[in-house]
Design a protein. Structure first.
Lengths: 433, 433
């Protein structure tokens, strides 16, 4: 007779991205898999100085338990950071979290019962899918278009749920340089989404790790800010604009959610580390973030350009990809008939890894898609790696053509714009606005 | 029409301890409420040096995402620490956590479905009760005796569950210097508990934050080690023996639990902060922990003695308290008829706060009990604070006697040994073994 585990444990799965992380520590492999920032951006000297400053001046507080919503110094610094980037901000509507993954966990706890319908993009962030499915959500996917979530598709899903007599607990979107697709939601769509959600009293969960890392130097207004902070829960993190190794993020939300989020935060870890909160608060208060983000943009823009150029010269006809103008990822749709799963072994054998697209799809679609990260590898690695990927794709095509000569091999389409005619794509290029 | 929150959110409650934490930052209040270490123990100079050492030598890894089970350096250091303290240890059965509260959260996710029976001590740690009740556990309380959980009482509860056709998902115990009671489980009871749990295939969750902080300089064998790591999940933290402000703890568990715990950990925060893991790993590897713990013992033993002496001279007859030989807390049972809740306002008005005992009781008992912390206040504050507490108790007694002259006021008994005749107690004094 074995001890009994919970239904939650039964639904828990491994994230392949986390599994792939081990590749990033190997020097003989080019990894397009993780969502890792470029470590050369980490401000080591500043952190040495700030660690000492925090320990010497506030060590007794920094090493003690802190308040559950976060250190007041940190909350004040976050309010200022949000205002610097034109965000609606209010210290009473902020809770510091240990990463935005914890934000996703808390949102799952706040809203999801077993079988609760929620709406996610197709494709969507794998860590969110993992947290939501662990909580037993009934995820309904809505396709992405070049300018964000397909609002007509959203309407169809909402009507379908209406007919079932159910209302989704929330709509989860990543409007800026979406992970994994690189697609950005237009401002018009953000406004329409708010109107749709308000009319039906559905909260919007806006996951916004990449907003500030906008290669144009501008930012789009967040859904949170467009909605005046009403009806929206905003998840933020320093992992992409600064570094992930201190696990610091925050949630912005109004009532009645914030009170409950803080109670849930108490139950999951009591409070976030004060030591690292003070360090990042000082970093923000000394006015260093805008420069830091500018350096990240200067680092990632040429990498993105290098990847786009390499894809253009290396990938066989029929391959399509997105053209993000911020963030860390772009999205590839392989030529019809080729699966990203079967090709993975071929590419990995040659020292290149990526993330297979299917796991970003809550409905199991996306077999012919994959995600590429350009923030972690060097430009040289990008050029070499994409060449290898192109050769692997060509080989797969050839193998597929041989197989197709005897049997028919249907392809499951998926991902943004999958229904449009195959051609080198411009998904997520600067939207007209 | 309001958006819908989950059943989990409906069950989430505020911990009064977290609310009381704000008192600890006020200089005009003597707080016996929190479970805070003495900040004068924090090794500031060492941490300045180690922060720089980590950033200069391993900054790129320390600020990057790390593996979900923890940094290999940290896991190796934890194995060594456990062996130094005579614990069964194996790096493949360790997962680093952001505090032992996260351990409790992960255990809740691993085992508890809505309505799942679990067994907890009466009283038990409030943060555990909060996590378990959030997950919808059906908590069955078993009284504490001077030498730990009442095994006959446990047998009765298990038989009761048998008759209902149910098996508890786990038995949750804090064997060393229990929070809140200060009681320590005897080695004999640890062995018997293992046998009982094994016979019925019930996992034991052993929460062990205080084990190393043993005023005798020795340690008792943990349940984890007595069981050879089989059938036990051990929760550990650095919050009590080092400092809480980096939020670092770990779980030790065998299969099939560890795989699932790591998947769940991924879904709640991807990984623990690498930066602080490297700092504490270096602290451990440089062999500083035993000295650090010795200093904590030297700091807390006289505080505990001062509190016991002050209680002896200040508290009215009929008050009883435990006599811990480690940890941070002792437990007070007020004279019959007095409630810790009504007395709280009287004491707080005079500048002394404590935690009311009822919230440590999953069955709502414990009205006449309270928890006192002696690690955070100074000896002088302890002496002055307990004098105030004694006066407040005497006043309550007087008010109660006046009221009793007209009406009968029954008292709900609770806490360890509550059924024994009231007299100055020796709960948790060095057990005979």
């Amino acid at each position: 007779m074995d001890p009994i585990m919970s239904a939650v444990a039964g639904r828990a799965t491994k994230s392949e991205i986390r599994e792939l992380l081990k590749w990033t520590r190997r020097s003989d492999v080019i990894s397009f898999a993780g969502g890792l920032p470029d470590a050369s951006l980490f401000p080591i000297d500043e952190l040495v100085r700030l660690s000492e400053q925090v320990l010497r001046t506030r060590g007794y507080h920094a090493l003690q338990y802190g308040p559950t919503p976060g250190e007041p110094d940190m909350i004040e610094a976050l309010v200022q950071h949000m205002r610097d980037y034109d965000e609606e901000a209010d210290g009473n509507r902020i809770c510091v979290t240990a990463s935005s993954q914890q934000g996703l966990d808390l949102v799952s706890l706040l809203f999801i019962d077993e079988g609760s319908p929620i709406i996610v993009e197709l494709p969507s962030y794998i860590g969110a899918i993992q947290a939501f499915s662990r909580s037993g959500a009934d995820m309904r996917g809505v396709a992405l278009e070049e300018d964000g979530i397909d609002l007509e598709g959203l309407g169809r899903v909402l009507n379908e749920l209406d007919r079932e007599g159910r209302r989704p607990r929330f709509i989860y979107v990543i409007p800026d340089f979406q992970n994994p697709s690189g697609v950005t939601m237009s401002v018009e769509k953000r406004r329409e989404l708010i109107a749709i959600a308000r009319a039906r009293s559905i909260p919007i969960v806006e996951d916004s790790p990449y907003r500030e890392v906008n290669f144009t130097g501008a930012t789009l207004p967040s859904i949170w800010t467009l909605a005046g902070g009403e009806g929206v829960i905003l998840l933020k993190t320093f992992s992409k604009m600064l570094f992930p190794g201190m696990r610091l993020g925050w949630i912005a939300a109004g009532q009645p959610w914030m009170d409950k989020l803080i109670m849930l935060k108490q139950s999951v870890d009591l409070c976030t580390a004060s030591f690292t909160q003070f360090i990042v608060a000082d970093y923000l208060r000394e006015g260093r973030m805008r420069d830091t983000i500018a350096r990240a943009i200067d680092c990632y823009r040429p990498k993105k350009d290098a990847m786009l150029a390499a894809l253009g010269s290396a990938m066989p006809a029929g391959t399509r990809w997105s053209r993000p103008y911020g963030g860390m990822f772009l999205w590839v749709e392989l030529p019809a008939g080729i699966g990203a799963e079967s090709m993975f072994e071929r590419a990995a054998g040659r020292g290149v890894v990526y993330v297979k697209g299917r796991q970003f799809h809550c409905d199991g679609s996306g077999a012919g898609t994959l995600r590429l990260n350009y923030s972690f590898p060097s430009v040289e690695q990008i050029e070499r790696g994409i060449e290898i990927l192109g050769a692997a794709t060509a080989e797969e095509l050839e193998a597929h053509a041989k197989a197709a000569a005897t049997t028919a091999a249907p392809r499951t389409a998926g991902g943004p714009g999958a229904s449009r005619p195959a051609a080198t794509a411009s998904l997520g290029e600067y939207p007209a606005r």
